[in-house]
Design a binder for this molecule. Structure first.
Ligand code: CP
Length: 320
């Protein structure tokens, strides 16, 4: 029996705990494939995946591309600077034109919150997978964060996850809050009052304005990037990066004084070293940052597989 019967993956807010757990189970199986000498299976042979990335990306874009290729799908990549968006074409027109070429999946990153949901409604015959929309959601990042914690800690019940930093502009934080709280963890968010949006607690978390009480007792610290491209630094949010780092950055000394000895340090990347994380922590024994990246490929393989029905196709079995 499949536990995932959706055409699209737009956000973790839409999913129930069983669906999330099922994606993680499938991803765990794909992890093994990524460790084999031959990292390719015919599961999505004959399928095509278009990556439409209208915002920059290193990890997500490469990870989706590797995931699709390891499943034998054909992949096509379009970036903002190389698309006709630069000539004024709307996102909907771009997507309708791409859909007319009959891809099976459109993976979309867009700076506007809600763009993937709009496409999921407008394109009934194309699966839409959200690779990050504005400050709304980044569901595959949330899933890879969940997989990383599940593999490290064994589960979520009785665990506390603290998310630190720019909660206001973070799609990573929103997907993490939905995912960890649905699977039974306690979720805390922490940052300057200016970067904690009013009403965030309605998503199922507790807000903290100081780092020490948010760190004490936490099993996981998820440090977020200060998003300099969205913040217009020097204006409204905090006095200086140095001040932010003093109050909300994590270094070895703060971990020694406040954190559990075996606390797990996560970061979605890219890291501002010396701002939210000192290199001694980012590269230290607490860090699972590269495990997150590794698990991202398996999660994206699982998502691509499941939105196409989670079945081996006739072509993949060599019977087409
Ligand atoms: N974590 C993440 O979304 O990184 P990229 O922006 O490099 O894809």
């Amino acid at each position: 029996m499949t536990h995932f019967a959706r055409k699209d993956l737009v956000g973790l807010a839409d999913l129930d705990p069983d669906e999330i757990a099922h994606i993680l189970d499938v991803a765990d199986q794909f992890r093994d494939l990524n460790l084999r000498p031959i990292k390719k299976v015919p599961t999505l042979r004959g399928k095509s995946v278009v990556h439409l990335f209208l915002e920059p990306s290193t990890r997500t874009r490469t990870s989706f591309d590797i995931a699709a290729k390891r499943l034998s799908a054909d992949t096509f990549s379009i970036s903002g600077s190389s698309s006709s968006a630069t000539k004024g074409e709307t996102l909907l027109d771009t997507a309708r034109n791409l859909a007319a070429m009959h891809p099976d999946i459109l993976v979309v990153r867009h700076r506007r919150a809600g763009a993937p949901r709009m496409l999921s409604e407008a394109l009934p015959n194309t699966a839409i997978v959200n690779a990050g929309d504005g400050a709304c959601e980044h569901p595959t990042q949330g899933l890879l964060d969940l997989l990383t914690v599940r593999r490290r800690l064994g589960g979520f019940a009785g665990r506390t996850v603290t998310i630190v930093g720019d909660i206001k502009h973070s799609r990573v934080a929103r997907s993490a809050i939905h995912g960890f709280s649905k699977l039974g963890a306690e979720v805390r968010v922490c940052g300057p009052a200016t970067l904690i949006p009013p009403g965030i607690e309605a998503l199922g978390c507790t807000a903290y304005g100081r780092l020490e009480p948010a760190v004490r007792g936490a099993d996981v610290l998820m440090m977020l990037r200060i998003q300099q491209e969205r913040l217009h630094l020097g204006s409204h949010y905090f006095p200086t990066l140095r001040e932010y780092s003093r109050l909300f950055g994590i270094n070895r000394e703060k971990l020694r004084r406040w954190a559990k000895r075996d606390v797990v340090i996560m970061h979605p990347g890219p890291i501002n070293r010396g701002v939210e994380l000192e290199p001694e922590v980012a590269d230290g024994e607490w860090s699972v940052i590269l495990d997150q990246v590794e698990n991202g490929v398996a999660v994206r393989m699982a998502v691509l597989y499941l939105v196409l029905g989670g079945r081996r196709t006739a072509a993949s079995e060599g019977r087409a």
